[in-house]
Design a protein around this ligand. Structure first.
Ligand code: PMP
Ligand code: GLN
Length: 380
């Protein structure tokens, strides 16, 4: 694991603390989630739910995940055997890759990719086969020929993150259909990271569509998500995996030796949050969309070429108009130049040149924080 060093998120948050800069680097909200969820956690702590919960997760949380999957995506998962709770999406992804890959198996993923993917693939002794998302028409796209070329006889998994961190891209139905067809052709399992499932903005080209809902895909998809983003509780680390029984049970086999079980009192509280009325989810999306617009205005006024963000907590921007050539150098100098922290996206690519001039800003922050950052960035 030596080549992996410290994650960029920890590094940039430490830089923000050291310099007193406004932290638009690591993606975490600066306000709390629903009051009913916080109350339910406090109640669970006080009512003796403090010992090991069941390995697959507490029954009321699995029932709430099942109801949520049905209500939002029309997918049926049996809470008893087709759903397990994990320590955030991160553990779900790691357990899945470790469970399903033999050394030398290949995992197709899209770059820039969330940093834990490369590490989990390496831990399994598997090989990543990245397909590059490139700036295209104001947003991001992949080349279908490159996607096809990434598949081969050793392909075991396709790791798909939509809405996508760090680009804010939402994969279109046509792109999902291409991926699904290749999964069928090469008998690959789709592993989806849908932690931003409720953050697709109203002006996106397409709504969120879980690839599991495409014809034939439910049987070969493990769908992973997390409460962290949707309910503004990234520190709780409660996530889940849904899928067919055999694949979920393989992931559980691994999970039991990674963490065994996850925070008992927080699980019933996430069940309460998942049962929020539809208006909660709409308002959450609308709030973030407003924040996105506010930050994009600030970035544009500061001179960045802003790329389209259709979802997630993030927007990416090209530093070239400001004379920048290397995102890492630019982000390391940014706190001194104007007191703001951002994240260079080139660290999420194998093909570093592809993201060299692009950096990422998080807008999941209070309006006054976004305003302050925008004011500071105008000093560039
Ligand atoms: N996947 C993506 C795309 C993310 O942005 C994050 C960060 N929250 C995670 C996974 C990790 O989620 P969790 O904190 O639930 O492990
Ligand atoms: N998902 C968050 C981000 O992309 C950070 C999570 C982490 O720090 N590992 O910024």
């Amino acid at each position: 694991m030596r080549p992996f060093g410290t994650t960029i998120f920890a590094e940039m948050s430490a830089l923000a603390v050291r310099t007193g800069a406004v932290n638009l680097g690591q993606g975490f909200p600066d306000t709390d989630g629903p009051a009913a969820m916080l109350d339910a956690a406090a109640e669970a702590l006080r009512s003796g739910r403090n010992q090991y919960p069941p390995g697959p997760g507490v029954p009321e949380l699995r029932a709430a995940i099942s109801a949520h999957q049905k209500a939002f995506w029309g997918l049926d998962y049996d809470p008893d055997g087709e759903i397990i709770v994990t320590a955030g999406a991160t553990e779900g992804i790691a357990a899945t890759i470790l469970a399903l890959c033999e050394p030398g198996d290949e995992v197709v993923c899209f770059e820039p990719y969330y940093d834990s993917y490369a590490a989990s693939i390496a831990l399994a002794g598997a090989v990543r086969r990245p397909v590059t998302l490139r700036a295209h028409d104001g947003g991001y796209a992949f080349d279908p020929a490159e996607l096809r070329a990434a598949f081969g006889p050793r392909t075991r998994l396709v790791l798909l993150n939509s809405p996508h961190n760090p680009t804010g891209k939402v994969f279109t139905p046509d792109e999902l259909a291409q991926i699904a067809a290749l999964c069928e052709e090469f008998d690959a399992v789709a592993v989806t990271d849908e932690v931003y499932e409720h953050l697709v903005f109203t002006d996106a080209d397409a709504p969120h569509v879980p690839i599991a809902s495409l014809p034939g895909m439910r049987a070969r998809t493990l769908q992973i998500s997390s409460a962290g983003k949707t309910f503004s509780c990234t520190g709780w680390k409660i996530g889940w995996i849904c899928g067919p029984r055999d694949l979920v049970s393989a992931a559980l086999r691994v999970k039991q030796f990674l963490t065994f079980v996850n925070a008992g009192p927080l699980q019933p509280a996430i069940a309460v949050a998942l049962n929020s009325p539809p208006s909660y989810y709409e308002q959450f999306r609308d709030d973030l969309q407003r924040k996105r617009d506010r930050l994009c205005e600030g970035l544009t006024a500061a001179g960045f070429a802003v790329l389209r963000s259709e979802g997630t907590y993030f927007v990416t921007a090209d530093i070239t108009p400001l004379g920048g050539t290397d995102g890492v150098d630019f982000c390391l100098a940014l706190p001194d130049r104007c007191g703001v922290v951002a994240v260079p996206t080139q660290v999420f690519y194998d093909d570093a040149a592809a993201g060299r001039h692009i950096i990422r800003f998080a807008f999941c922050k209070r309006d006054e924080v976004i305003e302050e950052a925008s004011t500071r960035l105008r000093r560039l």
